[in-house]
Design a protein around this ligand. Structure first.
Ligand SMILES: [Ca+2]
Ligand SMILES: [Ca+2]
Length: 164
């Protein structure tokens, strides 16, 4: 496998840490969930997506679906906010290849320290008025294409929340 990314229904994808277990460092997506897709990219054309396993931080199984496109496997699942997940594809292409990615969803955590703090709110304020781009998309918390007071309020309302 070469990479994994999180898509939130916007054109901007978040790189996801690979092979990280259900504690410790994890990629966090700061945007409000609107249907979540993780895309795994492999070095070769994918002919079989293998077996999908998704567990949340408590070890509970979560259902999801896979799709294939050229060298990619997309995994769609109903991610909840304030949670982290480990997504594993086993036996991709029937050759025993396994890919694991971990991601957490914490709306408003634009600086990706797994806490929603005043620093996040202030960071959004600085960029307020900008159109969403590949450089600032984490700050577009509601993923509506612009950074505005709605994003500031979304983060403010979640001060103190964290994922482990
Ligand atoms: Ca933060
Ligand atoms: Ca916005």
């Amino acid at each position: 496998m070469t990479s994994a990314q999180s898509h939130s229904g916007t054109p901007y994808a978040l790189p996801v840490a690979l092979g990280v277990p259900l504690a410790g460092g994890v990629s966090t997506d700061s945007r409000i969930a609107q249907g979540r897709t993780l895309v795994f990219a492999f070095a070769a054309t994918v002919t079989s997506a293998g077996t999908l396993d998704i567990v949340d931080k408590d070890g509970n199984a979560v259902s999801g679906t896979t799709g294939m496109n050229a060298n990619q496997v997309s995994v769609a699942f109903a991610a909840e906010d304030d949670k982290r997940y480990q997504v594993t594809l086993s036996n991709v292409n029937g050759v025993g290849a396994t890919a694991t990615a971990s991601i957490g969803y914490l709306v408003g955590d634009v600086d990706a320290d797994r806490l929603v703090t005043q620093a996040d709110v202030d960071a959004i304020k600085v960029l307020s008025g900008e159109t969403t781009s590949g450089a600032n998309f984490r700050h577009d918390v509601n993923a509506d294409g612009k950074i505005s007071s709605s994003d500031i309020l979304a983060a403010k309302g979640r001060l103190g929340l964290a994922i482990p």
